[in-house]
Design a protein around this ligand. Structure first.
Ligand code: HEM
Length: 147
C-alpha cells in the first residue's frame, strides 16, 4: 500500500467529518430551541471540533491530490458546478463567521451571539449538507473515469 492511496482515501474521511458536524449542528439547534443551553454548548463545541478536524484533513488532502474530478456530462455537469460554486462561497463565508459566533458565546455576549448565530447556523448547515452532496455526486454517482 503506497502513501498516495492513503491520501486519496481522505476524501471519505472528509465527508464523514462533514456529516458528523451536520448532526451536531442539528442537535445544537434542537437543544437551544428547548432552552437547554448547556447541551447546546456541548453540541456546538462538538460541531466545532468535527469541523476543525475536517479542515485539517481537507487541507492535507488538497495539498496532496487535486480536486475530485466530476465525470457527469450535460445538464448534471452544469448543475454540479453551479452547486459546487455556491457551496464554496458559503464555505468561505463561514470561516470568519463560525469563530466570531463561538467567541461571542464563550465571552458571554449572548445577545450578540444570537444575532450573528441566526446567519451562521443556517449557512454552516447549508455548507455541511451541500458538502456531503458534492462528495456523493463527484465520488459515488458521477466519478471521473479518466481519458
Ligand atoms: C459557532 C458555534 C455556535 C453556533 C452556530 C450557535 C448557534 C446558535 C443559535 C442558532 C442560537 C439560537 C438563536 C435564536 O434563538 O434565534 C443560539 C443561541 C444561544 N447560544 Fe449558541 N451557537 C454556538 C455556540 C455556542 C456556545 C459555545 C455557547 C455557550 C457558551 C452558546 C450559547 C448560546 C446561548 C446561551 C443561546 C441563547 C441566547 C439567547 O436566547 O439570548 N452557543 N446559538
Amino acid at each position: 500500500m503506497d502513501a498516495q492511496f492513503d491520501v486519496q482515501s481522505l476524501v471519505h474521511t472528509n465527508a464523514l467529518l462533514n456529516g458528523i458536524s451536520v448532526i451536531f449542528l442539528g442537535l445544537g439547534f434542537y437543544f437551544i430551541k428547548r432552552g437547554e443551553w448547556k447541551k447546546h454548548r456541548a453540541m456546538m463545541i462538538c460541531a466545532l471540533v468535527a469541523s476543525g478536524l475536517f479542515l485539517i484533513s481537507y487541507v492535507i488532502y488538497k495539498l496532496n491530490s487535486g480536486f475530485a474530478q466530476f465525470g457527469g456530462e450535460g445538464f448534471i455537469r452544469t448543475f454540479y458546478f453551479t452547486f459546487l460554486f455556491v457551496h464554496v462561497l458559503g464555505a468561505i463565508a463561514i470561516v470568519p463567521l463560525v469563530p466570531i459566533t463561538a467567541f461571542r458565546a464563550l465571552s458571554q455576549r449572548f445577545d450578540q451571539h444570537k444575532k450573528i448565530a441566526r446567519i451562521t447556523w443556517p449557512l454552516w448547515m447549508y455548507v455541511g449538507i451541500s458538502g456531503v452532496m458534492v462528495y456523493v455526486m463527484a465520488v459515488h454517482l458521477y466519478p471521473y473515469s479518466g481519458g
